[in-house]
Design a protein around this ligand. Structure first.
Ligand code: ADP
Length: 167
């Protein structure tokens, strides 16, 4: 049996927190599909193209190291539909704190009602990267702070470029 998992998120931008979850998930599955959500009604800082390219670059060595195929896709529909399209029987989500827990478990249960054949696996955040959130990374970048401790190196120029754009 091939274990295929779908890890959805905004990845705006991808952080060391996401990468920790991805590396740990890669140890328990045969193939990992990363889903960049393009809907949400959220107004992302980075374009879909940038978020996808960054995730691909930041995860290529993780896949090679774990011997697991990691592919990145975009989706703008239900997570369970995107997971099914990817052929995944598992959805991966990360839990940082009680706020994540309440929201993620509720969403996982609603997804289970929609798609009983797909199991959500919750991974507790690594204490070293637990405090990182993409939204705080964006705030720090907007105020001219150093985002180097929170995101992979290749994200830094892309975020800096996005900061220059109006809006
Ligand atoms: P979303 O908009 O779906 O919440 P995010 O990119 O913010 O997208 O998060 C995607 C997933 O990664 C979520 O399950 C979130 O809880 C998890 N996550 C985000 N940051 C971290 C972190 N620092 N450590 C562990 N998990 C995280």
């Amino acid at each position: 049996m091939v274990r295929l998992a779908f890890y959805p998120g905004s990845f705006d931008p991808v952080t060391f927190g996401h990468l920790d979850i991805i590396a740990r998930a890669a140890r328990i599955v045969d193939k990992l599909v990363l889903g960049v959500g393009t809907h949400h009604g959220k107004d992302p800082m980075l374009s879909t193209k940038d978020r996808l390219a960054l995730l691909e670059r930041a995860t290529s060595s993780i896949g090679a190291q774990a011997g697991v195929k990691i592919v990145v896709v975009t989706f703008d529909d239900l997570v369970v539909d995107a997971a099914r399209r990817a052929g995944a029987g598992l959805i991966i989500r990360g839990l940082r704190d009680a706020t994540d827990f309440d929201y993620e478990v509720q969403m996982g249960q609603m997804n289970a009602a929609l798609a009983p054949d797909i199991e959500t696996i919750f991974m507790a955040a690594n204490p070293a990267t637990r405090m990182i959130s993409s939204s705080l990374v964006k705030q720090i970048a907007r105020m001219g702070g150093d985002i180097g401790p929170f995101v992979p190196r290749e994200a830094i120029p892309i975020v800096a470029e996005a900061m220059k754009k109006p809006g």
